[in-house]
Ligand binder design. Sequence first.
Ligand SMILES: Cc1ncc(COP(=O)(O)O)c(C=O)c1O
Length: 411
Amino acid sequence: MTDDSFQRTDNRFRNLSSVRPTPASTPHPDFGFDAPFDRAGTGSSKWARATALGVIPMGLADMDLPGPPAIAEALERRARHRAYGYTVCDPAGRALVADWYRTRHDAAVDPDWILLLPCGPRTALRVLLESVLPDAARPQAPVLLPTPEWGGFAQLCRAAGLPYRELPLPLGPDGYRLPSGPLPRPATALLLSSPHNPSGRVWPADAVRALAARAAESGALLVSDEVHGDLTHPGHAHPVAVTTADPAHRHLVVTLNSVGKTFNCSGIPSSFALVPDPGLRARFAEALAGYGLWEGGLLEQTVQQAALREGGPWLDTLLDHLAAARTRLTDRLGPAVRSAPQASYLLWLDAAALGLPPAEARRTLLERCGLEASDGAEFGPGGRGSLRLNYALPSPVLATVLERLERLERP
Ligand SMILES: Cc1ncc(COP(=O)(O)O)c(C=O)c1O
């Protein structure tokens, strides 16, 4: 791989930046979270799951809330120039990511660790796993998956033909915990959802540090999928795995993130990886290039830079909105909430405690309340009998959801 085939930070590209710095946008005191937000006609996958008029889809993980105005403005501005050819990687993007981690997470991320990717987190994960596989070592050591997990980890292992082993997460009175004993050995990698999808649990920093140590003992790469990490609710702190791990284990840790979940733009393929180990970074970059994925995609850069540069006030407003919605729902649903959410917009519920038949919970909720949820069975062993509800909703829709949930309390 040459420098030119994968465009790393390099002064040669400074003057070629395809995305000019965006001027500060006008203040938006109201981001529209309290008004109805109609997604009809946008081809939303989430709304395609609303099988009948009046059904509120709460399954898929994107938000029924308008995204940051800065992203729309940046896309409009860029679209006005009618050349949409190949683009180089703007090194400012790496500095923006490092600044973001410094200001939002108090985490010192070296800009050289960062890969800016024109693909979603799922693709990035799959290619990353390919790049950590020992060349001819089959049968391979398994990939370890703490479960319940959002379903994508097991799916991508199956699709890649990688053996995997599920590790059920212990559920304590205050929610899920990370596995604390020794990990199976050998293992290729451990895929951690952090914060946890489906429960919204923010893992304590010391537990993440200990897990990184145990993964290193097993010779496994800890891949911390942190796409919900910037959605940590006020009062909680998200541990960024690469800076939380002991520096001695950092070479075996990768943090994966994207602006997709945070800023409600998952339809635009984009992600970034923090890969402290230079050898792994180079192998990952080369594997990505094999799929035609280079740093510096046109849409990815436009959206990511606008979000990280200007999206902070929108995100702060969003987090207050989500935390308020979480409190209203958890107050209403009480012990049916399996693990108190501390991040993101997902509720992981015990169907039986809601009075729903565990094997038919999703269908029964849909029929009785007109609410579409994700079926826990998709989240690995232990997920059966659970439902995942996405509560990133405008206030009036949340009020309707709360009213409809009352139907569960009636026989
Ligand atoms: C924890 C986690 N990782 C990765 C993804 C995949 O994101 P995408 O499908 O945008 O690649 C999701 C999507 O829901 C997710 O929740």
